[in-house]
Design a protein around this ligand. Sequence first.
Ligand SMILES: [Zn+2]
Length: 176
Amino acid sequence: MYALSLVFESASRENHFRHAIMSEDEVGGWLLCNGKPPPRFNSRAYRRLAGQSAWFVHSFIIVPNHAKEPKTSWSIWDWTEAQALAVETAKAQDCQALPFHTHPNGILEPSMNDIAFYARNSGGVFYEFVIASSHPLRLAAWSANSRATCANGKTADLAWANFVPWRRLVLRGIVK
Ligand SMILES: [Zn+2]
């Protein structure tokens, strides 16, 4: 059972995000999320479907990819500055900033580099990040701790959240 699930606050926000990450290059930034369900959202019915607490994506920030090989990696001009911007923007919107980047090849498992990168930049023992792909839109939220060194599906120290696309919410009558 997943500890958490990820849902966009609306179908249009989900669609904006899908378009924003549709690229042959890796795209990254931060998702601005909180636990407050959007209006018209039947959270009781949602819990029946998902059986866990949801994390709602209300907004997102895209940071230009400055990696030398952007098709296979994502890096930015200054992680600390960009993160400060994301955290402050999130705070102003009563959200928390959750870092993400895409894997255009559709593989949602983090690479060893990903784990090392987020571990180095998290400043804490536990850290979370999302890997996304756009066709179809899928998000995997990974929660790791400082001992996590594995990759390629070996996930002993990793747990991931379940992404629930808006289409499924509508089909299940979860949007009032
Ligand atoms: Zn990656």
